[in-house]
Ligand binder design. Sequence first.
Ligand SMILES: C[S@@+](CC[C@H](N)C(=O)[O-])C[C@H]1O[C@@H](n2cnc3c(N)ncnc32)[C@H](O)[C@@H]1O
Length: 220
Amino acid sequence: MADADPGTARRYHDGYDREAVLRVYDGMAADYAVKYGAELREPDSDTEFLDAALAELPAGPVLDVGCGPAQVSRYLLEHGRAAIGIDLAPGMLAAAARLVPSARLVAADLLALPLRPASCAGAVASYSLHHLPRGRLGAALAGLREALRPGGVLVVITHGGDGEEWLDRVEGKVVLSRYSPAGLASLLGASGLVPELVSTRPPRPGEYPAEKVRISARRA
Ligand SMILES: C[S@@+](CC[C@H](N)C(=O)[O-])C[C@H]1O[C@@H](n2cnc3c(N)ncnc32)[C@H](O)[C@@H]1O
């Protein structure tokens, strides 16, 4: 892990600026909730993937990692699962609380999960891990694996492709990292999870224009 850059309080040598990510999502929370908040309400290929990936889980709550407006938490609650949504951005957590009043929501960084080891049945990271530089994904996956019970499942849904795109926003620099299905499977394997299901779909109108990758992996 890179050391903190002494020149800027929370920016790191790999360029990661967590506070910039927080500011970006705080600023867009209301619009994001309008645009994407109703996702997963109706059956589609994303819900089909979640249904299959989360069919067999140990007891316990499922984490909604970088929950945004908590579409995943709502899906989990409607499927009889306890859910815990975590997010950096207070504006996103406020939108989540409004849209999914029964959601359990926590302000937290996915790189420093405030959870006991082996306390979760599963975790779903839907479009949140791409905001880490690629070099930090291993640490994130290791932390998520640590939170899972044996037999627990991690689902990652993200933008397909390769490399890092750095977006220069007024809030600061924010990265968009992309992964191939095989690359993600290999990183999940390296973090001690056993890949199970993988599928892709084309982007829908209004989505970031990259193939979407969905992958699940289980803690042995
Ligand atoms: C593109 S939105 C995805 C929201 C929702 N999961 C979805 O599928 O639409 C990314 C979310 O991840 C959150 N996020 C990004 N980095 C994070 C981190 N390090 N820890 C916790 N949340 C993070 C952002 O605040 C934002 O709400």
